[in-house]
Design a protein around this ligand. Structure first.
Ligand SMILES: [Fe+2]
Ligand SMILES: [Fe+2]
Length: 308
């Protein structure tokens, strides 16, 4: 069903009028991929806030695109940190591991460099996420096929990191560090909640976006890279749904099932809000094959039908 939905959406790619959204200059931002949200207070112990509010981030462009995330960075002002707001949206979304701290993507490589550096960073962060998933599946007695698929996915993400890093470096951007605190033991339900959000919703949407890019990017190297990545990402999305199905059939109480379904719906709503505010620079639509806002909404509708 996932593949049918994806291929149906991709078949529509060349038929969607390029003028929708961006070709006619409507609905397109062309601003930077990150902006300062001003200075914020440090924690009482002098450390950087790990999960700051993005309320002071400026809206970007005439249409007021919202930031997709923010994080605190050291500043020269005593007792204060700088809030950095990210506006990279609909990038090739990986499986974000628990506790991952947002990265600063340098502007040195322009919009293309920032896009691929951010994507490479997410790919790199997906490696420990899949290794942890494999260990947890094994510990919870999941079928060996699921454990193996999770390990194989970690290997895929290593390849994706290298491929995206190479694209980023071609545009003069560097891969930001993955800042991840050590994992703590967690319950099966906590693992499944992450899988519902990061796998069933975000990575599935990432697979759709990668597939779209592999068909529409004008840059042939981007098309080739994304074609290979999209194939793997579809498998990763299928793994997320297979893990979800295994748990629903064998492991969960009705209450836990209801919480998982709610988490999936909530994740879909949050993603929908991000897609609503998604206004990529025209260069990214043209050269990197990023979907315009309207095209991303079409992909999102496909995902919403699947999740529902
Ligand atoms: Fe990936
Ligand atoms: Fe993936």
């Amino acid at each position: 069903m996932l593949r049918r939905t994806l291929y149906g959406l991709l078949l529509a790619a060349p038929l969607l009028p390029l003028g929708v959204g961006c070709g006619n200059g409507e609905g397109c931002g062309d601003g930077p991929t990150s902006l300062s949200g001003g200075l914020i207070a440090l924690n009482a112990d002098g450390s950087l806030p790990s999960n700051p509010s993005c309320d002071s981030c400026p809206d970007q462009g005439e249409d007021g695109a919202q930031p997709t995330g923010c994080f605190a960075k050291e500043s020269s002002s005593v007792g204060r940190a700088e809030l950095l707001c990210s506006y990279v949206t609909c990038s090739n979304d990986g499986r974000r591991p628990e506790g991952l701290r947002e990265a600063l993507v340098s502007e040195s490589g322009g919009a293309m460099g920032a896009l691929f550096a951010h994507a490479a960073w997410l790919e790199a962060a997906s490696v420990p996420a899949f290794l942890r998933l494999a260990d947890e599946l094994k510990a919870h007695g999941a079928p060996e096929a699921l454990v193996k698929a999770a390990r194989r996915s970690a290997g895929d993400e290593v390849r994706h990191t290298r491929a995206m890093q190479s694209l980023a470096e071609r545009h003069g951007a560097l891969l930001p560090d993955v800042d991840l605190p050590p994992f703590q033991a967690r319950s099966l339900e906590e693992m499944l909640l992450e899988n519902a959000v990061e796998g069933c919703v975000r990575e599935t949407f990432g697979a759709f976006v990668a597939g779209w890019q592999s068909r529409t990017a004008q840059d042939p190297e981007v098309r080739d890279t994304l074609r290979a990545i999209a194939r793997d990402e579809v498998r990763h999305a299928e793994l997320a749904w297979a893990v979800d199905a295994w748990a629903h059939q064998e492991r969960l109480t009705p209450r836990q099932r209801a919480r998982l379904l709610q988490a999936r719906r909530d994740a879909l709503r949050v993603l929908g809000e991000e897609v609503e505010g998604h206004r990529p620079p025209e260069q990214l639509i043209r050269e990197a094959g990023m979907p315009s806002r309207e095209q991303a909404l079409t992909l999102f509708q496909g995902l919403a039908g699947l999740v529902a």
